[in-house]
Design a protein around this ligand. Structure first.
Ligand code: GTP
Ligand code: MG
Length: 193
């Protein structure tokens, strides 16, 4: 994919703030700090389009990025971050739920999990709910640079078994820029490009 333009189009807390023109959207969902915003920047080849932080809880709204005037990436707040208040976590969850359930434009969800660890209880619960939505789901196993290349297949198998998922699972390293082409092929397939 050649990225001719990529811009933050809208930041939304409420549905009326979601962008109006109908374009296919790809959502990035996962635990806080799993690397959603970093992956989005790498895919779009923009250093700091989406804000990244070593502190979890950086992304606090739905951020809609318009790409090539043709489709959108949607960076969602992370779940499972204990240090934000229960009230705020509930607010994030409601915001995400509403988007995932009500957004007709949603064409695929990328569910990000950390390749190093077994998916958490939260990851499993979220994944089950995603599979119920009837929207295509792909799992992205992030931070693959943190484990040796030879360990990747074993970790992918653990993730598949714990999530009990039929979804495709893609190892990526935003850091080393590995696995990005494979994700683009998935996206291009959806776009019919
Ligand atoms: P929230 O917005 O808080 O939900 O987090 P997020 O999922 O958007 O994570 P973010 O992209 O902000 O990244 C969190 C941390 O992980 C940052 O310190 C990143 O530099 C680091 N990180 C992200 N991707 C990778 C990767 O592929 N490899 C390595 N080694 N670190 C990564
Ligand atoms: Mg983020």
């Amino acid at each position: 994919m050649i990225i001719r333009s990529a811009d933050l189009e809208a930041t939304a807390v409420h549905p009326h703030q979601w962008p109006k023109p109908r374009l296919p959207e790809f959502a990035f969902l996962g635990r806080s700090n799993v690397g959603k915003s970093t992956l989005l920047n790498r895919l779009l080849n923009r250093k700091q389009l989406a804000r990244v932080s070593s502190q979890p809880g950086k992304t606090r709204q739905l951020n809609f990025y318009l790409v090539n005037q043709a489709f959108r990436f949607v960076d969602l707040p992370g779940y499972g971050y204990a240090a934000v208040s229960k009230q705020e976590r509930d607010r994030f969850a409601a915001m995400i739920d509403r988007y995932l359930n009500d957004r007709d434009e949603l064409c695929r969800i990328f569910h990000l999990v950390d390749i190093r660890h077994e998916p958490t209880k939260d990851d499993v619960a979220v994944h089950r709910a995603l599979l119920e939505l009837g929207v295509p789901v792909s799992v992205v196993a992030t931070k693959a640079d943190k484990i040796g290349r030879s360990h990747v297949p074993k970790h992918i198998k653990v993730i598949r078994d714990i999530l009990r998922t039929p979804a495709d699972i893609w190892p990526v390293s935003a850091e080393k820029r590995e696995g990005l082409e494979e994700l683009w092929r998935v996206i291009e397939g959806d776009l019919g490009a």
